[in-house]
Design a protein around this ligand. Structure first.
Ligand SMILES: [Zn+2]
Length: 272
């Protein structure tokens, strides 16, 4: 019995319903069925592979894009850092060149007057405790014209007047008297002060930016030379009441600002 049973084809466990039918099919049909199944599987494998390829390709593109973005960001950042670095170097160079410019004597053209009793008496100036600022009271005239006016007084004897420096409206500085000689600029103060005349263009007497800047640097240099504070900077007006320099008598705030600017200029020089 057992052997007979063994000879019988075994019924596979969990046989698919189609299998019964399959066993009933002809060899050709079975062959076709297997082929179809094989083709179906092949097609499915191809679809899966295609899906993987698409997914992989997409991932690759995504990675490339991210990489490109990171690279662009880094490049931009390093570029900006380089620019900032260059700016910082430039700024440092500017700052480094400042102390020299600030502590140096500003460019001054020495064109001393011919000694004469009306504008260059040749009397010694032994101490300097005050620095006077004036305006020429003659709008539009140049530093040279004003220097020549002082020079001519020696010939005409019209009046006694002079100053150590004249600043033109373009910022040029002419020195008319040596610093160890007195000038005739402020009554009662000629023997202890240095005077600066300023040219101007506007009728109100306001100095041009160029004149103003030269005045600030000249005052800073003189203060350093004579160890003076900003309280030594005076208007002609402060000693004698003359409306000179007009704009800075009319505008007290502008006068205070000038002294502040000189102080700042000196502070900037000594801080560096
Ligand atoms: Zn004056």
């Amino acid at each position: 019995m057992r052997t007979q049973e063994k000879d019988r084809p075994e019924k596979p466990y969990g046989e698919r319903p189609g299998a019964q039918r399959q066993r009933g099919m002809s060899r050709q049909e079975q062959e076709q069925m297997r082929r179809r199944h094989y083709l179906r599987q092949k097609r499915r494998r191809r679809q899966v592979m295609a899906a993987w390829l698409i997914l992989g390709g997409g991932l690759l593109v995504l990675l490339l894009l991210v990489g490109l973005g990171v690279w662009a960001f880094q490049a931009l950042r390093s570029n900006r850092t380089a620019e900032e670095g260059a700016e910082a170097v430039m700024q440092q160079e500017q700052e480094e060149s400042l102390p020299e410019n600030l502590s140096e004597k500003p460019p001054i053209l020495e064109d001393f007057l011919t000694p004469n009793e009306y504008s260059r008496p040749g009397e010694p100036l032994t101490e300097v405790t005050e620095l006077f600022v004036h305006y020429t009271a003659n709008a539009g005239t140049t530093a040279e014209q004003n220097r020549n006016y002082f020079e001519n007084l020696g010939v005409t004897g019209e009046t006694s007047a002079s100053s150590h420096f004249i600043i033109g409206y373009e910022g040029e500085i002419i020195q008319c008297l040596p610093l160890d000689e007195i000038g005739y600029a402020v009554k009662q103060h000629n023997y202890n002060s240095i005077s600066i005349e300023c040219c101007y263009l506007d009728e109100d007497g306001e100095f041009t930016q160029e004149t103003y800047e030269s005045l600030v640097s000249l005052l800073a240099w003189l203060m350093k030379e004579y160890h003076l504070g900003t309280d030594a900077i005076l208007r002609h007006y402060d000693c004698g009441g003359k409306l000179c320099p007009l704009y800075y008598v009319d505008h007290e705030d502008a006068w205070e600002k000038l002294k502040e600017d000189v102080a700042e200029y000196i502070a900037a020089a000594s801080a560096l």
